[in-house]
Design a protein around this ligand. Structure first.
Ligand code: SAM
Ligand code: SF4
Length: 326
C-alpha cells in the first residue's frame, strides 16, 4: 500500500523533474492492480439543458449562444441498445441538470436500459437521497459527480447558488446506497493552488471513490472565465497519476479534456494510470452541441478506440468493468 503525506503530494506536484518517475510508477501500479485491460464505456450525452451556472461550463443556464437539445426517453433507450449491440458493457448517461428528467422519467429510462446486458452509470448532477435511491432500485449501478475542487472558497466562486456541503452530501448518499461512486476535479481553475489539488487527491482517498475523472479546465468563450488561461495538461496528468498510486484498484478514464488539450492526450493518460475510455455513442449532431468547452475532442468511433488501445499493447475488456477487487 503506497501512501503520500499532504506535504509529499505538494512537493511532487511542484517538482517537474520527478514527472517521468511519477508517470511510469503510476503506469506500473495500474498494470499490477487493474491489468492491461481497458474498459470502454458508451457515453450518451442526452441533454445540454442545465439550470446551474458553473462559471467554467458552456452549458451553464445564462449561456444563450448555444442550441439546446434534449433526447427523448425512448431514443435514449434506443441509443443504449445500439451501444450494447456494438459490444459496450457499460452505458453512461450524462446531462446538464435538466428538470424535464424527473425522478419518474429517469426511472423509466433506467429500467428500459437495464433490460439490456450492461452496467449503467448516471452523471446527472445533484439530486435528493430519495431520487438516488429510486434510481438504484431501478438498477443503476454507478454515479459520477465530481467534487470539482475541495477548496471551499474556490468552490463558492465557481458555483453561484450551489453548496459545497450538498455536493459532499450527494457523494455520501450515493456511497450509502451502494453505488460505485465516481468523483474528480478540474485542474487549472483560476486561483486554484497546488495545495488544494493535493487536498483533492486526499479527499478521493478519504471517501474511497471507485472512479476518478480528472480534467484540465478549458476556457469557454461564452462563460465568465472566457479570458482565463487553460489548465495545464501535465499538471492534470500528475494529479491523475498520484490518484492512481493512492487508489490503486479504481477505474480512471483518459478524459476527453486531456485529449482536447494534447493531441496524444488519451494515449499519454492511458500510459500514466488511466484504464477507461468513454466513446460517445450518440449522433455527432448531439455531441457537437454538448459543448462544455470549445473544440471538445469527442471519440465516437468504437473501432478507432480499439485501434488506439491496441496500438499501445493493451486489450479491450469484455467485462462490465466494476472496480477491481485485487
Ligand atoms: N451536470 C453534471 C455535473 O456537473 O455533475 C454532469 C455534466 S458536466 C458537463 C460534467 C463535467 O464537465 C463536470 O463535472 C466538469 O468537471 C466538466 N466541465 C465543465 N466545464 C468544463 C470546462 N470548461 N473544462 C473542463 N471540464 C469542464
Ligand atoms: Fe450544468 Fe454540469 Fe455544466 Fe455545471 S458542469 S453548468 S451542472 S452541465
Amino acid at each position: 500500500m503506497y501512501s503520500f503525506s499532504r506535504k509529499e503530494l505538494i512537493d511532487i506536484l511542484k517538482d517537474n523533474s520527478l514527472n517521468d518517475w511519477l508517470f511510469s510508477f503510476a503506469d506500473k501500479v495500474r498494470r499490477e492492480n487493474v491489468g492491461d485491460e481497458v474498459h470502454l464505456r458508451g457515453l450518451i450525452e442526452f441533454s445540454n439543458i442545465c439550470k446551474c451556472q458553473c462559471n467554467y461550463c458552456g452549458l451553464r443556464s445564462p449561456n444563450k449562444n448555444i442550441e439546446r437539445y434534449r433526447i427523448a426517453p425512448d431514443d435514449i433507450i434506443f441509443y443504449a441498445q445500439k451501444a450494447v449491440e456494438m459490444g459496450y458493457k457499460t452505458i453512461v448517461l450524462q446531462s446538464g441538470e435538466d428538470e424535464f428528467y424527473s425522478c419518474d422519467v429517469m426511472c423509466e429510462i433506467i429500467k428500459g436500459i437495464k433490460n439490456f446486458d450492461c452496467a449503467l452509470t448516471l452523471s446527472i448532477g445533484e439530486r435528493s437521497f430519495e431520487d438516488y435511491k429510486a434510481f438504484k432500485d431501478c438498477g443503476a449501478d454507478r454515479y459520477l459527480i465530481r467534487i470539482e475542487t475541495t477548496d471551499r472558497e474556490l468552490y463558492k466562486k465557481m458555483h453561484p447558488y450551489m453548496d459545497f456541503d450538498n455536493r459532499v452530501r450527494c457523494l455520501k448518499d450515493l456511497k450509502t446506497l451502494g453505488y460505485e461512486v465516481g468523483t474528480g476535479c478540474l485542474v487549472g481553475l483560476p486561483e486554484q493552488t497546488l495545495e488544494s489539488l493535493a487536498d483533492d487527491v486526499l479527499f478521493f482517498k478519504e471517501i474511497d471513490a471507485d472512479m476518478i475523472g480528472i480534467g484540465p479546465f478549458i476556457a469557454h468563450p461564452q462563460t465568465p472565465l472566457k479570458d482565463s488561461a487553460n489548465g495545464n495538461f501535465i499538471l492534470a496528468l500528475k494529479v491523475m497519476a498520484l490518484t492512481r498510486i493512492l487508489l490503486k484498484t479504481i477505474n480512471i478514464p483518459a478524459t476527453t479534456a486531456m485529449e482536447t488539450l494534447n493531441p496524444n492526450g488519451r494515449i499519454i493518460a492511458l500510459q500514466s494510470g488511466a484504464n477507461v475510455v468513454m466513446p460517445n455513442v450518440t449522433l455527432q449532431n448531439f455531441s457537437s452541441k454538448y459543448e462544455i468547452y470549445p473544440d471538445k475532442s469527442s471519440l465516437s468511433d468504437r473501432d478507432e478506440a480499439e485501434c488506439i488501445i491496441k496500438s499501445i499493447g493493451r486489450t479491450i475488456s469484455k467485462g462490465y468493468g466494476f472496480r477491481s477487487n485485487s
